[in-house]
Design a protein around this ligand. Structure first.
Ligand code: ARG
Length: 590
């Protein structure tokens, strides 16, 4: 399979070697997992931390070793020989430190250049995953929270896809529920020929929602009709289905504009899709004895939590949780997903906690979070305005996402014109660069923070060309490309005929960081933290700057030119992969 062709990360490869050593060193402890971690500089490149823990496990059982350092020494001596390792020594209480071989490092990087960076994809223990993200609600606002969900979700999906996981990108649109009765009745009232009610006729669907809500609250007769409409819609009456579909389609067109700008691809399977599965799922859970009667509703109780999960409302209707149960059932059984990942703001944490616990009680998911299938809620904080409050634009209550993205683009276009690109570049180059920079800046500003923290939306900050911003990173990449161009070398030819060496310390540092790409992506995927990849990317450009600005590492015109151009190319390739995982389009000149 494709997976067998990947070597896995450096850390993973070392772990395999230590695993062999541990089997020989402590044959009576077959279950010890090798603990390998990157470490900084002085003490080698990586270290194995098993000796101390092992010692406390084995010390009573015979006097083969005298203390943890001796265990470390034995682990070191039993390590199989490998071209990866230059030297190995035991330090402190028993850390086994590894210095990687420069030769091997250089060869591995060159091999990546020849075979492509996909060979550096990490190995993950899952084949199929669902990423449930974006998921706005029909006729309601698609707010900045949904923008965060869209951006973070897309990145997680991209990282998993790169790691050879089959990802089902699901837009769990809120397209079902009692509010549709009111919307449909209002539509009939405003547009007797309701099929003519196109987007332009209705105008702002959010305003439409508000107006219909007002009508609903003010007029009991209307309210009555709206409630009837829900029943007729759910009963499948044609006219009502068509009106519903029409309202959904108008909303969908709005959403699509955001997705198009962000180049985010999603497959819509809204709440309505799972509706037919709900009765069967609730029935099965009832048969298992999980569903109880409580205050007229039907609920699932979870040990230790006071408030139960309501699965059938008092009026007999289904709710958000019933839909989520049916969707999870579908994803596990029909789609055979092993990992189901949900993106919403942290405000929904309680819902997901309760709902996952219910699924565990039902035996759908194993207890404990280390085995699969697994469901994970990826929560994120709020987007704040500069006043520290929930982000809003000047006069509207909510932010139109499309306007936000357009503004980012036009601001970066202005910056390009100011830099004099108006004369140098074609209109098309300006447009595409402004787009890459503007949209990239919005995405990166969101992704670089730990997702759980709130973040402040600030155009000036995100479009700054200094500091940890997409602009800085995109320009850094463009500069590397220009170094390569100025060398006049044919990189394709160099890859195969030239030789990359890591002679200078700054070259070796850069090489090591490049080689850590796979384990960083692995960590970002495992913990679902895109900021880990952002940190890596930012550090990469800093480490590259250190190398490039060192006069001892002169690239063009030095006798190490070939090797250093290859190192530049490797940096550019890894940066581009980072951009692509973050959903950012690279630029090649500036
Ligand atoms: N539509 C929901 C909202 O806007 C998010 C849905 C998240 N996905 C899910 N399966 N519950 O809050």
């Amino acid at each position: 399979t494709e997976q067998d062709e990947c070597m896995g990360s450096v850390k993973g490869q070392l772990a395999k070697l230590f695993e062999v050593s541990l089997k020989v060193t402590v044959p009576n402890e077959p279950d010890v997992e090798p603990l390998v971690a990157a470490c900084n500089g002085k003490f080698g490149d990586y270290q194995c931390n098993n000796a101390m823990g092992l010692w406390s496990k084995i010390k009573g059982k015979g006097a083969q070793f005298r203390g943890p350092p001796a265990v470390g020494e034995a682990i070191k001596n039993n390590l199989p020989t490998s071209e990866m390792i230059e030297s190995c020594f035991v330090a402190g209480p028993g850390f086994v430190n590894v210095v990687l071989s420069k030769n091997w490092m250089a060869k591995s990087i060159q091999k990546m250049l020849v075979e492509g960076i996909d060979k550096w994809a990490p190995l993950l223990p899952v084949k199929t995953a669902v990423v449930d993200f974006s998921s706005p609600n029909i006729a309601k606002e698609m707010h900045v929270g949904h923008l965060r969900s869209t951006i973070i979700g897309d990145t997680l999906a991209r990282m998993l896809e790169f790691s050879k996981v089959k990802v089902l990108r699901r837009n769990h649109v809120g397209d079902w529920g009692t509010q549709f009765g009111m919307l449909i009745e209002f539509l009939f009232e405003k547009f007797p020929n309701f099929e003519d009610a196109t987007e332009t006729a209705i105008g702002d669907l959010q305003a439409f929602y508000k107006a219909s809500k007002q009508r609903f609250d003010a007029d009991p007769a209307f309210k009555e009709r709206a409630q009837q409409a829900v029943v007729r819609l759910q009963g499948g009456e044609d006219k009502y289905r068509r009106a519903w579909a029409q309202i959904c389609e108008i909303s969908r067109n709005e959403f699509r504009k955001v997705y198009q700008r962000l180049r985010v691809h999603l497959e819509e399977k809204g709440e309505s899709f799972y509706n037919p599965y709900i009765p069967g799922v609730i029935e099965a859970l009832t048969k298992q004895g999980l569903v109880e009667e409580s205050k007229g509703a039907r609920v699932i109780f979870i040990e230790g939590i006071n408030i139960p999960l309501i699965v059938v409302k008092r009026d007999g209707g289904f709710n958000y949780a019933s839909t989520d149960l049916a969707a999870l059932w579908y994803r596990l059984n029909e789609e055979k997903a092993e990992w189901i990942i949900y993106l919403t703001d942290v405000g929904q944490q309680k819902h997901f906690d309760l709902f996952f616990k219910a699924a565990k009680r039902a035996g759908w998911l194993p207890h404990g979070d280390s085995s699969y299938p697994k469901a994970t809620h990826v929560g994120f904080g709020l987007v704040l305005g500069e006043d520290g409050k929930r982000f809003r634009t000047r006069n509207t209550e909510v932010v139109r996402l499309v306007d936000l993205l357009d503004e980012a683009k036009s601001r970066s276009k202005d910056a390009l014109i100011e830099r004099g690109k108006g004369e140098e570049w074609t209109e098309e180059e300006i447009e595409s660069t402004a787009e890459a920079v503007g949209y990239g800046a919005v995405k990166y500003a969101d992704l670089k923070n730990n997702r759980l923290t709130n973040y402040t939306f600030n155009f000036d900050q995100m479009l700054n060309d200094k500091g940890n911003t997409a602009v800085y990173l995109l320009y850094a990449h463009a500069r590397i490309c220009s170094i390569i161009r100025r060398s006049g070398k044919d990189v394709e030819e160099l890859k195969n005929k030239g030789t990359l060496v890591l002679g200078h310390k700054d070259e070796r540092d850069l090489g090591l960081h490049l080689l850590q790409f796979a384990e960083v992506v692995e960590e970002a995927c495992t913990n679902l933290l895109p900021n880990v990849l952002c940190d890596y990317l930012y550090n990469l450009s800093e480490i590259f700057s250190k190398f490039y600005s060192n006069p001892e590492c002169k690239v063009i015109g030095s006798d190490m030119e070939t090797s250093r151009v290859l190192l530049c190319e490797a940096t550019a390739v890894v940066m581009r992969k980072c951009f692509s995982l973050l959903g950012i389009t690279p630029i090649y000149k500036i």
